[in-house]
Design a protein around this ligand. Structure first.
Ligand code: GDP
Length: 370
């Protein structure tokens, strides 16, 4: 690509090689645009013409620099979290980056994946409790399904009230559904299409989508930070449906004896080492509904995985020869054993368990959500 071609929409340097990166445009479209002298990258083109935002990746350094810019502004922070992948969607140190004085409004997305019987207030309390451990005290918590937001108007009204005349920054990690939410906001603001502008943060490679608000302020979409240890980055594209579920997750409960193993597709493994006294242990699995759970004996589980890897136990991590690494825990209370970004298992107090996941994927215990 020739030196010095920039998108007129966002200012990113044009490139034709990497779809995921800023300034991308297919070569064929580039040639057409050069004739018309209107250079727009694919992201800005889609935004202008179809009201659609493409997620773009950003390195941690870029992201942190960008958040520092936010801390110098007086703004409302809309922090989008994925309720099904809560830990995977949190941004460590967020208050430090966005400024201690800037209020944070939490939008818990993908509530459609949780059991319908679960009360909204219970989820909100749980969210507040989890955030408190990270030193975050949100001014408010809303739950939504960005894909089909029944309460978008209420969320927009809350944003308008809480921002009190300030700018709004929407932050979130990749895959929380931030683009989906922003696209819904754009759609709900009829006629705003032509008004959407993009502005550039100095010192970052990425450009912001700014939606103008009534009083001359803006709602600014920040790029999603990539968390490399999310399961979404461990599986092939065709298997993403197992880690980004679309429907309500059905609880699957097993009564387990000690030294039994459950494989979660070929992506994770659960061992019950010791149960509650001499009874069977009830373990409830929350994973994408089409992800097969397979029970076997712990003693032969390693060989079983070798043998059925990619067959009976599928999908498997995309990295050739990836091993599942075990992490041992003992529950003190009812707790979730979380496989970050894949799902979780609700366990009673007093059991010893081992959770296995590919290297780099976080496995940990947390207060039970459900
Ligand atoms: P971003 O990376 O945060 O911008 O996330 P996207 O908007 O691209 O969404 C990531 C994935 O989550 C996509 O597969 C979406 O279809 C899915 N998604 C977004 N919102 C929802 C939701 O409310 N419910 C469910 N079940 N999936 C959602």
């Amino acid at each position: 690509l020739e030196e010095g071609l920039y998108c007129i929409g966002c200012g990113a340097k044009m490139q034709t090689t990497d779809k995921e990166e800023a300034g991308y445009l297919p070569m064929s479209a580039l040639q057409k645009q050069l004739e018309s002298e209107q250079l727009l990258c694919q992201r800005c083109f889609r935004l202008r013409h179809y009201n659609e935002i493409q997620p773009v990746s950003l390195t941690d350094d870029d992201f942190i620099r960008l958040l520092y810019q936010v801390s110098e502004d007086r703004a409302l922070i809309v922090y989008v979290l994925d309720l099904f992948d809560f830990s995977g969607s949190t941004i460590p140190g967020l208050p430090r980056f966005v400024g201690a004085d800037n209020p944070i409004f939490v939008v818990g997305n993908k509530v459609d994946l949780l059991p319908k019987s679960l009360k909204a207030n219970k989820i909100k309390d749980w969210v507040r409790g989890q955030l408190k451990e990270q030193g975050i005290k949100p001014v408010d918590v809303a739950l939504t399904s960005a894909a089909h937001p029944a309460n978008l108007d209420a969320i927009l009204a809350s944003i308008d009230e809480l921002r009190a005349g300030r700018d709004v920054y929407v932050v979130g990690t990749t895959n929380v559904g931030k683009s989906t939410l922003i696209n819904q906001i754009i759609k709900s603001k009829t006629g705003v299409q032509e008004l959407i502008t993009t502005s550039r943060f100095p010192g970052t490679t990425l450009d912001q989508i700014a939606i103008p608000l009534d009083d001359g302020r803006s709602l600014i979409d920040t790029p999603g930070i990539i968390k490399a240890y999310q399961y979404a980055h461990q599986v092939a594209d065709k298997d993403l449906k197992y880690v980004l579920p679309k429907n309500e997750i059905k609880a699957r409960t097993y009564q387990l004896n000690p030294e039994q193993t459950i494989f979660i597709g070929g992506l994770a493994r659960f061992d019950l080492l010791t149960g509650v006294s001499d009874q069977k242990t009830s373990a409830t699995f929350y994973f994408e509904n089409n992800l097969n759970l397979h029970r076997t004996k712990m003693v032969g589980a390693d060989d079983f995985y070798e043998k059925h890897h990619g067959g009976l136990l599928a999908p498997v991590p995309k990295k050739e020869g990836a091993k599942l690494i075990g992490h041992e825990f003992k529950t003190k209370t009812t707790a979730d054993l979380v496989f970050a970004g894949l799902g979780f298992i609700t366990l009673p107090a007093g059991v010893t368990v081992k959770g296995y996941a590919p290297e780099g994927v976080a496995v940990f215990l947390r207060k039970a959500m459900i």
